[in-house]
Structure formats: structure tokens, C-alpha cells
Ligand binder design. Structure first.
Ligand SMILES: Nc1nc2c(ncn2[C@@H]2O[C@H](COP(=O)(O)OP(=O)(O)O)[C@@H](O)[C@H]2O)c(=O)[nH]1
Ligand SMILES: [Mg+2]
Ligand SMILES: [Zn+2]
Length: 331
């Protein structure tokens, strides 16, 4: 039995790399029947052109579906489109949710951008412990630092479409020649084709996953009181709040509010926005709870006051699967 990593999936064909050679496989019927999703990045055991088993994955992200990654590189543009810190916080929180380390890349440094942003980035994001690189894919500046960030790892590039993800990969290795598109072209609807992600070998040890841009990742899959877990700079104060379910908005004895001067306003704003989104989820769970009650009443003819833990789990899982429902799959 051979073992290797799936680096591309195209319809029923799975492209596997065992470190020396690549093989194309299909999936054994017994494995298909288990209905477990197979991700790009999964390690597989295969024999005679058939995948027999998937080795348990250390992590994964949904849409773009990819498993066993070492880090997420969040790419933002300093200009064209303008830097959007709220969007950056969204990606950071998402990486946190998946428990995958994140690093930050600010691209298009060749354009005329507001230099005060650099101070702000250092103050907020370097303090949070992120590695930060400034690049220009077109002028080839900062590309060496960007490459160092990727060294010996499998990285997923994420960031809105048009920030320069594909251009950055091309800057490192022009032979890859990934398709890039002007921002204005991208905004035109109707030209979307679904593109699946693929693990690309940058060199012997670094691998990268280019993704189509995505946007509108809403936090409507966690409870409002869990949002602070995704903000390290808020969480350090929340342990000392009077109430364990404190949302740090106007509660009595809130230690976050007592230390609000130490939290950057833009970060707190992002936090509030995600709590708002999570509230929509809380409402939905309540609603699903009511539905269960009615159903149970009808079947068993007795009243069940509380939503069962299992039902709660189920609805949560469904929501997590819908995580990127607004994904913008262009290119
Ligand atoms: N001025 C400037 N333009 C860039 C830079 N990187 C990418 N672009 C342009 O931005 C547009 C989007 O780039 P692309 O790599 O397709 O972005 P992606 O959607 O994130 O993959 C293209 O027109 C690129 O030429 C950069 O560093 N500076
Ligand atoms: Mg691209
Ligand atoms: Zn609080």
C-alpha cells in the first residue's frame, strides 16, 4: 500500500503526490459509501489506482476545502482596494476559529497608500503576535520576506479577490503563471466559473494553496458569548468579567469595558459586528428548538421544554458547513 497527499481533485479523479511521483486515483466503493468528505491536502493510502483509506487530518478549512495546512496567509491590499481592517479581523478570527496560525501580508506597496496605516498595523497586529510583510508583486519588493514566511510549510493564501494573491505566487515562481485579473474585471458578474483549489509546489519544501477570493464570511455559526474567544486582545480581560456569559457591551462588572482604553477601537468595532452576526445564530437555534418541541409533542404527545443537546449540535454543524455560503467563486 502506498501513501501520499492529495494535491488536486478533479471530478472523480484524485491526484496524489507521494513525494517522488504523482499518481491519479479513484476512490474505492466502500470508502465512498462512508460518505466522508475527501479534501485536497488529505493523506491517502492507495493501491492499484484506488484510494483505500484517508488518514485522519490534523485540520481543515471549509470552502475553499483544504486539509492539513500549516498556516493561513491573510493577504490585504494597502490600496486598490483600500485596506479594510474589518475584513482583516474577520479572516484573523476565522483562522482562530479553525485553530490555524495566521500571518499577514500587505500587498501593493508600490501604490500611493496612507503611511499612517503602517503605524496602525504595527500597533495592532504586530502586538497581537503576527508576522507582517509588505510586498509589491508588480515591483518585486518584499518578495524574499514573503518567501521566508512560506518556507517549509503548506500555506493557504486567503484574502478578498483583487488583492494580489495570484500575482504574489507568480512573483515567487513565474513558471507557475497563475491567472491574474484586474479588479474592475472581477467585479463584473456573470463570468464566474467554479475553481477548485490545488496545492502548488513552490519549491522542494514550500507548498501553497491559491484560492479564489471570498467575501462575506459571516459569524452566524457561533454563539455571541463565544466571539471573544476569537479576539486575543479582548479575551485577556474577559476572564475577570463578573458574568461568564458577558458580551462586554454594557454589562455590570465587565472587565473588558473597564480596560477598553487598552483595546484598539477598530478591533472592538469588529468584535461588536461579529457579536451582532452571532446573535442571528442564537435566534435561529432558539427557533430550531421550538421546531423540535412541536415535533416531539406531536410524536410522543408530551411536552419537551428544552432543545436537546443533540439537536443543538446538529444545527450547529449545518451552520458551520454553510460557513462560506456567500463565497465569491470567480476566476
Ligand atoms: N500596483 C499593484 N498591482 C498589483 C499588485 N499585485 C497585484 N496587482 C494587480 O491587482 C489585480 C489583481 O491581482 P490578482 O493577483 O489577480 O489578485 P487575486 O484575486 O488576489 O489573486 C491585477 O490587476 C494585478 O496586476 C501590486 O503589488 N501592485
Ligand atoms: Mg487569484
Ligand atoms: Zn465583559
Amino acid at each position: 500500500m502506498a501513501e501520499g497527499q492529495i494535491y488536486k481533485i478533479h471530478s472523480d479523479f484524485y491526484y496524489i503526490d507521494d513525494g517522488c511521483t504523482t499518481t491519479v486515483c479513484k476512490v474505492r466503493e466502500v470508502l465512498k459509501k462512508r460518505k466522508e468528505k475527501i479534501y485536497v491536502g488529505d493523506f491517502a493510502e492507495y493501491n492499484n489506482g484506488y484510494i483505500e483509506e484517508i488518514i485522519p487530518r490534523k485540520n481543515y478549512i471549509a470552502r475553499p476545502s483544504v486539509a492539513n495546512i500549516d498556516q493561513i496567509i491573510i493577504v490585504s491590499a494597502l490600496k486598490e482596494p483600500d485596506l479594510n481592517l474589518a475584513q482583516l479581523d474577520r479572516y484573523i478570527a476565522l483562522a482562530h476559529y479553525y485553530n490555524i496560525p495566521a500571518q499577514l501580508c500587505f500587498n501593493k506597496s508600490d501604490l500611493k497608500w496612507d503611511r499612517h496605516l503602517k503605524e496602525k498595523i504595527t500597533k495592532i497586529y504586530k502586538t497581537l503576535g503576527f508576522d507582517v510583510v509588505y510586498t509589491s508583486a508588480t515591483e518585486h519588493s518584499g518578495i524574499k520576506a514573503f518567501e521566508r514566511l512560506l518556507k517549509d510549510k503548506t500555506s493557504v493564501l486567503c484574502g478578498n479577490s483583487g488583492v494580489g494573491k495570484s500575482s504574489l505566487i507568480n512573483a515567487i515562481n513565474p513558471e507557475l503563471n497563475l491567472r491574474t485579473k484586474a479588479v474592475s474585471e472581477k467585479l463584473q458578474r456573470g463570468t464566474h466559473t467554479t475553481r477548485h483549489c490545488e496545492i502548488i509546489k513552490l519549491n522542494d519544501t514550500s507548498r501553497i494553496v491559491d484560492t479564489p477570493g471570498f467575501s462575506n464570511v459571516k459569524f452566524d455559526f457561533i454563539m455571541p458569548a463565544e466571539v471573544d474567544l476569537l479576539f486575543d486582545d479582548i479575551k485577556i480581560y474577559s476572564d475577570k468579567c463578573k458574568y461568564s456569559n458577558c458580551l462586554h457591551i454594557h454589562e455590570d462588572g465587565c472587565n473588558v469595558l473597564a480596560n477598553l482604553d487598552k483595546i484598539d477601537p477598530s478591533r472592538y468595532e469588529s468584535y461588536l459586528a461579529f457579536v451582532d452576526e452571532a446573535n442571528a445564530y442564537k435566534e435561529l437555534v432558539k427557533y430550531e428548538g421550538t421546531k423540535t418541541e412541536v415535533l416531539t409533542k406531536k410524536i410522543n404527545n408530551k411536552h419537551v421544554a428544552k432543545i436537546s443537546g443533540k439537536k443543538r449540535q446538529n444545527s450547529r454543524r449545518t451552520l458551520k458547513q454553510n460557513l462560506y455560503k456567500d463565497i465569491e467563486e470567480d476566476e
